[in-house]
Design a protein around this ligand. Structure first.
Ligand code: ZN
Ligand code: ZN
Length: 468
């Protein structure tokens, strides 16, 4: 049995609510076009999964509205037919979205009898593989949905996720069950919904060094139950000063960072299911886990890897919470700290990307690619001065751990909305000044974050439209 989920961009959710819950109290309706992520087997539970990702909201034109009351809506199908045409040519799925201002919080008997007519139309036009999504927005900011396979069969959506400045989850049983005892103290702060949401999310941490180890442990202790770690590097002795969970005997045994961290988290006994991917994030082995995830934390110094995560955020509407620190010591002996800063950036459709925020150095990304794919060529170019070398950069555990706390706190904020000051798409903490700053981004054309061609596109060939 396949699992179906829907990821709705927050601005789409707001627009849809305005369209389907008009102030006159009558029922309204709208369409959405969705990209898809088709995952053969979810890495955590093995279940085949189809994730729909909202790409565009299509209002139903007034000329299509026949009649509407608080209890029903009747539309002609012209707008639907035009949407089907686009869906066929761009490989998208059409969704019908409406509300029940009074009465049913789920689908009504009338929905059950009328939606098959839309399915018939869709399959008549786009072939028997065409599926139709149907969503009912509920007044409590939630949503229920189902996907029709043919005129008589449908599957319910197991989760609807709204992502943007907030991250909102709708799924069956969210308010049932008890918060496990281990999480009682944080439930005193946020209630049991946070615990239920964290338990439902799939979270990937890319990089298992200083910031990645701190981030993973914070997530596990908060109550994230499905965690995946990506890092291809072995642990070395210089990591011991700031990698949580790492021991000298792990280094001596030549263990990989992902394996050490995975074992350490599982030993906590919180029931966290941790998957370890001992690969560079850009390898095909990591694709399914990235596509299956709901949230990604970027904890690497790797510019080329960040380029990939930067695209992932827009193609699949998966918020990428990226972090880094920078310490600038002077050349004096002993050095003075000229600047020490920790940065957290949240990348998703509607915000500027890591390139526009000067977080990624494309030239460095190219050098990293040469080094990874052709170490001899890299050594030659280094000798001839065509690529920059790079010694280890300064790092201090208090700063790397603090930036991990800031990053995970940004997730808590988006799930709970606890901050009076709201969410932040970028925050830089200047440790040497005891100040937080909000640097802006470069105002420039950008294929990724300004042009919306990639947003909600889902699966394409090649993956993320990345060549090489
Ligand atoms: Zn209805
Ligand atoms: Zn950009």
């Amino acid at each position: 049995v396949t699992r179906y989920t829907l990821t709705l961009r927050e601005d789409h959710d707001e627009r849809l609510r305005a369209l389907v819950m008009p102030r006159d109290g009558n029922e309204g309706a709208a369409l959405i076009l969705c990209g898809t992520a088709s995952i053969l087997a979810d890495p955590w539970d093995g279940i085949p999964t189809l994730k729909l990702v909202s790409r565009e909201v299509v209002p139903i034109g007034d000329e299509d509205l026949v009649s509407s009351s608080p209890a029903h809506i009747t539309c002609r199908t012209n707008t639907f037919a035009r949407a089907l045409k686009r869906a066929a040519s761009e490989g998208l799925t059409v969704g019908f979205v409406h509300s029940h201002p009074r009465g049913h919080t789920g689908f009504s008997p009338k929905d059950d009898s009328e939606e098959p007519l839309l399915v018939e139309l869709a399959q008549h036009r786009n072939g028997l593989d065409a599926k139709v999504l149907s969503v009912v927005l509920t007044p409590d900011e939630g949503a229920v949905g189902r996907i029709w396979h043919d005129m008589s069969r449908y599957s319910p959506l197991s989760m609807v996720l709204v992502v943007g400045d907030t991250v909102r989850l709708s799924f069956d049983g969210r308010f049932q069950g008890q918060t496990p005892k281990a999480f009682h103290r944080q439930a005193l702060a946020f209630g049991q919904a946070l615990c239920a949401d964290l338990a439902a999310l799939r979270v990937v941490v890319v990089g298992c060094g200083a910031t990645g180890s701190a981030t993973s442990l914070l997530l596990a202790r908060l109550g994230v139950r499905r965690l995946a770690l990506i890092d291809g590097d072995p642990a070395d002795e210089t990591n011991l000063s700031r990698t949580h969970g790492l021991r000298m005997k792990d280094v001596s045994a030549g263990k990989l960072k992902v394996d050490v961290l995975k074992d350490h988290i599982q030993d906590l006994g919180l029931g966290t299911q941790v998957l370890a991917f001992p690969h560079w994030v850009g390898t095909p082995e990591c694709r399914d886990v990235l596509r299956a995830s709901d949230i990604v934390f970027g904890c690497t110094d790797d510019n080329d890897g960040r380029l990939l995560l930067n695209r992932l955020a827009y193609f699949y509407s998966i918020p990428v919470i990226d972090m880094g620190i920078r310490i600038d010591p002077s050349d004096d002996d002993p050095p003075r700290i000229l600047e020490a800063a920790g940065r957290v950036t949240v990348v998703a459709p509607g915000t500027r990307c890591l390139l526009c925020r000067n977080v990624i150095d494309p030239e460095r990304a190219r050098e990293e690619q040469i080094k990874r794919e052709n170490p001899e060529e890299h050594a030659r170019q280094l000798g001839e001065g065509y690529v920059r070398g790079g010694g280890p950069s300064p790092a201090v555990i208090t700063m790397t751990t603090e930036v991990a706390c800031m990053a995970v706190d940004e997730l808590i904020q988006r799930l709970t909305g606890y901050r009076a000051a709201g969410s932040r798409s970028q925050r830089v903490r200047k440790y040497h000044l005891l100040e937080d700053k909000r640097p802006g981004s470069r105002e420039q054309e950008c294929r990724i974050c300004v042009d919306q061609g990639y947003w909600g596109r889902g699966d394409v060939e090649p993956f993320l439209d990345r060549v090489g």
